[in-house]
Ligand binder design. Structure first.
Ligand SMILES: [Zn+2]
Length: 256
């Protein structure tokens, strides 16, 4: 593998001017000031797809989906109609970029919370076209399997037996022959997973990662803690020994 094709180059000059509003709560929020947004690509109600004003990653096309006009809100709290509208919108835009043929691969992901790697508190997702890099090169699909929690239509929810990084990672799997109802179901499972992490585990941060592989779409709902040194130094993930308890609790809370 050519090394340049396995990493991204970070523009440190551009990063210096980038605003931060998770730690510095008095920073004015760039996603609330929708009047001054430049390069809006599309919008639907309060959901806005816009080019990233600080594209710090070279050889990429970085875009942002502003999820709502409620700065202090959170995905796990959205009402069902907004939740479904958001995921229909985000999914459509992700697939538009994937099908454009302009990128080697396109990633859709979300950061929430101090430990998630995000810089802006206002709820948003990111769609990034990677011009030289295939994101699936190092992703092992075993990580998307696990203990079954629930399924409906072409969509299922599980908790990883083989986490990518560690502990309670939820997976949503969508068959590529999905219809809009499946996208809605995916949105509900994602909300259940994020709600569980934030309210029933000692976790204040998470990421969502979306993948498209072998006719399937996978979503990883990843809790974030201070990253384990075993993972950083040796790529050794850790799995909790209470997976069965998690499954039972999830079923009791969300699927009774
Ligand atoms: Zn805001």
């Amino acid at each position: 593998m050519v090394l340049e094709e396995s990493m991204l180059c970070f523009d440190s000059n551009l990063a210096k001017s980038k605003p931060e509003s998770i730690v510095k709560r008095d920073t004015s929020c760039p996603f609330c000031e929708t009047e001054s947004l430049t390069n809006v690509i599309d919008r639907e109600g309060t959901i806005i797809w816009v080019e990233n004003k600080y594209p710090t990653l070279q050889d990429t096309y970085q875009t942002i989906i502003i999820e709502t006009d409620q700065c202090e809100s959170e995905l796990s709290e959205y009402d069902p109609s907004h939740l479904k509208q958001l995921f229909r919108f985000a999914f459509e835009k992700w697939l538009v970029m994937e099908n454009s043929g302009e990128y080697k691969s396109v990633i859709l992901y979300k950061n929430h919370g101090l430990l998630s790697g995000g810089t802006i508190r206002h709820p948003h997702m990111q769609i990034v076209g990677l011009k030289k890099l295939n994101y699936w090169r190092k992703v092992n699909t075993d990580t998307f399997d696990g203990e079954f929690i629930h399924s409906a239509g072409n969509v299922s929810l599980s908790v990883s037996n083989y986490p990518l990084v560690g502990f309670t990672e939820f997976n949503v799997k969508v068959n590529e022959n999905f219809n809009l109802k499946d996208v809605d179901q995916m949105a509900v499972y994602i909300q259940n997973g994020t709600h569980f992490l934030l309210n029933h585990l000692k976790c204040n941060s998470y990421n969502l990662f979306f993948y498209r592989l072998n006719q399937l779409i996978f979503v990883k709902i990843m809790p974030r803690f201070v990253t384990s040194p075993l993972f950083l130094g040796y790529s050794i993930p850790q799995v909790s020994n209470n997976i069965n308890e998690i499954v039972t609790k999830m079923k009791d809370i969300y699927f009774k």
